[in-house]
Design a protein around this ligand. Sequence first.
Ligand SMILES: [Zn+2]
Length: 197
Amino acid sequence: MAINNFKILSRVVFVCTMSLAGLWNSAFAVVADNIPSSAMYSQLEAFHGHVCAGSIFGARLGLAAKEALKTAGGTGKFSAQYYELSCPVDGIQVAAGTTYGNKALTVQERGEHRLVLAAEENKLAVEAKLTKRAEELGLKSRDLRKMAKALPANAPERSQLEREVEEIHSWLKGAPTDEVVIVTAVNMKVKAISSAR
Ligand SMILES: [Zn+2]
């Protein structure tokens, strides 16, 4: 029993040491350059049916998580877990390639914009969340869009609001990854062992 506990502890320590050693930090430096291409956004718009902050969020989270997991050495099939059933799910499917149909995506309704992407073979995993700024801008764009829709189609205020929404969308689409997404390492193996204790 004591030996088992020691093994668990040493694994936990190993994971912490890895992050301290900067191994993950170097992975995130690469991720910072991973901005979805305009072709990917067009594909997303066609798939999702409209342009919205939520689907853009999904693409940013999905691509950042996928690239971080690849750089960290994740092997085997990647599978995604998302904790809110709404627009970001479609962005994740397009950008991370983990789809509901290929059984690489599960969604749990917890009201959290949080993506966990795991490599099935070696159990490495990363978690991607939105930065506070991205989350705030997402909410703002949603409110502005509602206000715009309530106005007559030809009202000048309406086009002004729509322009503001578009500006937010283009920031969310093209801002450096670390301004939109926070990616952290998760060790599924350690988590599984710890919860079984
Ligand atoms: Zn949407």
